[in-house]
Design a protein around this ligand. Structure first.
Ligand code: MG
Length: 286
């Protein structure tokens, strides 16, 4: 019975699918479909948008596949996405794997619709993910200056509460949007009880905010389903997961978005168009 009442609450509510196309970690050796060049990124994004993605979360890479934070590369990518994926929400990563310190915000002056923002530190698989308070405050202030809506990456419960506090203090541009990230080794595991608590904390303390969730590796599809079933938004793509299952690599970013779109259908949730996603997130029209 509980499931029926929950489903009636979410039925018909559009679900935003974000495609994390490249990231900083996976290489062609892991999956040849990982888009590295800007041309590959635009082609892969186009197919993902056709499959239902309304946000493209992007990192850029050097020719040797190592991570880059070069604003010129971001500029070329933005121009290509605007041309070939009109209306899609462009979200640049300010994550710490693509650059160090203040380099991480060098592309914000390009005024993407959104940028990822980490608001606290935690461990990553082989290192500390450092987000000291002065850097977080600077990235948030740059986003305000350039009218960039942050997607706060919550790798831990404290990040979720910090996001709410910063938003209440007027330090985050636009509407509050928080992504729960689960399954990064040495950070928050994929845990349904914690996920449910995250949702509860968002609904009770920031009822006007929106939230999404992402799972890493084989948990991508698991967290996609939790988020869709709970009325949130979700993220898929080769940045977080290069496989369809144990036996097969994902053939494309679009294939991972299609899987999430199929889950939206299962829960009676229409996949949000880019225009609908812009309205839900309080972003400027394209
Ligand atoms: Mg990223």
């Amino acid at each position: 019975m509980k499931r029926c009442s929950l489903m009636s609450d979410i039925a018909g509510k559009p679900c935003i699918l974000c495609c994390a196309i490249t990231g900083s970690v996976p290489r062609k050796a892991d999956n040849p479909a990982v888009p590295i060049s800007v041309a590959e990124q635009i082609e892969s994004s186009h197919a993902a948008v056709e499959a239902g993605a309304s946000i493209i979360h992007a990192h850029v890479r050097n020719d040797d596949e190592t991570p880059s934070s070069d604003p010129d590369k971001f500029a070329v990518l933005k121009e290509g996405l605007e041309k070939h994926c009109p209306g899609v929400i462009i979200q640049f990563s300010t994550g710490g794997r693509s650059g160090a310190g203040w380099e991480r915000g060098g592309m914000l002056s390009l005024k993407p619709d959104m940028a990822s923002l980490s608001v606290g530190s935690n461990n990553f698989p082989t290192r500390v993910y450092e987000n000291p308070p002065d850097l977080v405050a600077w990235l948030a202030s740059e986003m305000q200056e350039f009218s960039v809506t942050p997607e706060v990456e919550a790798f831990d419960l404290s990040h979720l509460l910090q996001a709410q506090a910063m938003h209440a203090q007027g330090k985050l541009f636009g509407k509050l949007y928080v992504q729960f990230v689960m399954g990064v080794k040495n950070a928050m595991p994929v845990d349904k009880e914690v996920f449910d608590f995250y949702v509860q904390i968002m609904q009770s303390r920031a009822p006007d905010a929106a939230w999404c969730a992402a799972g890493i590796g084989a948990a991508q599809i698991v967290v996609n389903e939790w988020a869709i079933a709970a009325g949130g938004h979700t993220r898929a793509g080769l940045e977080d997961n290069v496989r369809l299952n144990k036996a097969a690599l994902a053939p494309s970013n679009a294939a991972l978005i299609s899987r999430a779109a199929d889950l939206c259908a299962k829960y009676d949730r229409p996949v949000a168009s880019p225009a609908e996603a812009r309205a839900i997130l309080g972003l400027r029209p394209a």
